[in-house]
Design a protein around this ligand. Structure first.
Ligand code: MG
Ligand code: ZN
Length: 447
């Protein structure tokens, strides 16, 4: 089953034959969590961020508690040592290394069977919950086959058009993406509704989703807002509802992605990154509680790569001080948008940051504002970007945070696992091994 399949049609026909001989004996759930961009510095940073200042010790996190190993992330040789999210998610979903940009296809652009497709073929339920658009590189690598991650519309179309056992590949799909699902040429939301899906577009309506019917929830045009600007615990909340919908008579495979740790890394934004980690922490706690009640479940968390080359401690100072970030109620991007529109009083600026800025910091912000307001030609998004950069610099200096790149880095990433078969993921492994182990778990427990 895990050999390279020449066409998806072939995969579906083989799969159908396969499914008839395999009824669901035993019911092992597998939950794969990908924290996009979460290299080891992010789990370390989060430990110090959530450290209780009242106690002498540094408290451990849920990531420390269940750390079992590490994973290498390099793509197929033709793409060097630094992977993108598409190649790495393809390795995690299929067990095969591919080129940067590849979505569920090998170096020859041939489709590869994914763990999610394999699970669906064996009549397991399947769910995907992400904070990016649902057709972004990571979820797409579990659900689709495309030569390029950039073909967003084609990838979204394939979610509706490609079938396994006469059904789409997912029973639950939650995240962002109206832009790609509600288009001039096709309304994929309506098409899925015609195929029996229930649909919600507000977090508050998640509770209205009923068990027993497939569910689609899209909550933003593209990705969801930063955790720092959104409803608290948005990923944890979506994940709870997905578990409620998936956990019934059949075992399930679910992919959960904390998509925006990576986006915070690209943006070199330590405040946004730590709050994405806090949402992931809340999500892992939801999963921990689920495993306590459903011990036949295995949860694996890893990253596809690290992003930003983030460093805790800079310029020879033996310090890293994330405390002010606890006070922040808005992302640097949100604050920058306000400051790109109008001149505000010092008191108002302090209110936006929710911590007291020094005279120099205020001066730096006001002079950046003067600079962008003086240039009437400057596009508004460029104004936001310039002011946001100034804000992030203030936070980096205050917290002693450093960055080496706006892109990805090649370091190995943590592997965290708990539940029934957590031990399988112990030690140092390659990202392709994680998929191979999941295929084996599905095969050994569903047959
Ligand atoms: Mg991703
Ligand atoms: Zn990235």
């Amino acid at each position: 089953m895990r050999k390279l399949l020449t066409t998806l049609c072939l995969s579906v026909s083989i799969s159908s034959a396969y499914a008839t001989t395999n009824q669901d004996i035993g019911a092992d759930n597998i939950i794969m969590v990908v924290a996009d961009g979460m290299g080891p510095t992010y789990t370390t940073a989060y430990r110090y961020f959530q450290d209780n200042p009242e106690t002498n010790k540094v408290e451990t996190t849920i990531f420390d508690k269940y750390l079992v190993g590490t994973s290498s992330t390099y793509p197929a040789k033709m793409s060097g040592y630094v992977t993108d999210s598409a190649a790495s998610a393809t390795a995690l979903s299929t067990g095969v290394k591919s080129y940067n940009g590849a979505i569920g296809v090998d170096v020859n652009k041939k489709p590869l069977l994914t763990v999610l497709e394999h699970a669906k073929t064996l009549n397991m339920k399947t769910g995907v919950v992400v904070t990016s658009q649902v057709n972004h590189a990571t979820p797409a690598s579990y659900l689709a086959h495309n030569e390029s991650r950039k073909n967003y519309d084609a990838i979204a179309n394939s979610y509706v058009d490609e079938k396994i056992n006469n059904n789409v590949k997912f029973d639950v799909l939650l995240g962002g993406g109206w832009k790609y699902f509600i288009r001039e040429d096709r309304n994929l939301v309506e098409e899925l509704q015609q195929q029996g899906f229930q649909y919600v577009d507000k977090y508050d309506d998640l509770a209205n989703l009923r068990v027993g019917k497939p569910a689609l929830g899209l909550f933003a045009d593209v990705g969801l807002p930063w955790a720092l600007d959104d409803e608290k615990g948005r990923l944890a909340n979506m994940t709870s509802h997905a578990l409620r919908l998936l956990d019934n008579d059949k075992p399930f495979f679910m992919l959960v992605e904390a998509s925006q740790v990576d986006w915070a890394g690209h943006s070199n934004d330590i405040a946004a990154a730590l709050l994405e980690m806090a949402d992931l922490d809340a999500t892992m706690q939801v999963l921990e509680q689920f495993v306590a009640k459903n011990p036949n479940t295995t949860v694996i968390l890893t990253a596809d790569h690290s992003t930003g080359g983030v460093t805790l401690g800079v310029n020879g100072d033996y310090l890293w001080k994330p405390e002010i970030i606890h006070r922040m109620k808005h992302s640097p991007n949100f604050i920058a948008k306000q400051l790109s529109e109008e001149k505000l009083s010092k008191a108002k600026v302090n209110e936006l940051f929710n911590f007291e800025l020094t005279e120099e910091e205020i001066k730096a912000i006001f002079s950046k504002q003067d600079e962008v307001f003086a240039d009437s030609e400057l596009a508004s998004w460029k104004k936001v970007r310039a002011i946001e950069k100034e804000i992030k610099e203030i936070i980096d200096v205050r917290t002693y945070t450093g960055w080496t790149t706006s892109g990805h880095t090649a370091v190995d990433v943590p592997v965290i696992a708990f539940g029934k078969h957590a031990a399988v993921f112990a030690g140092n492994q390659d990202n392709t091994d994680i998929a191979k182990k999941i295929f084996n778990l599905i095969d050994s427990t569903q047959q």
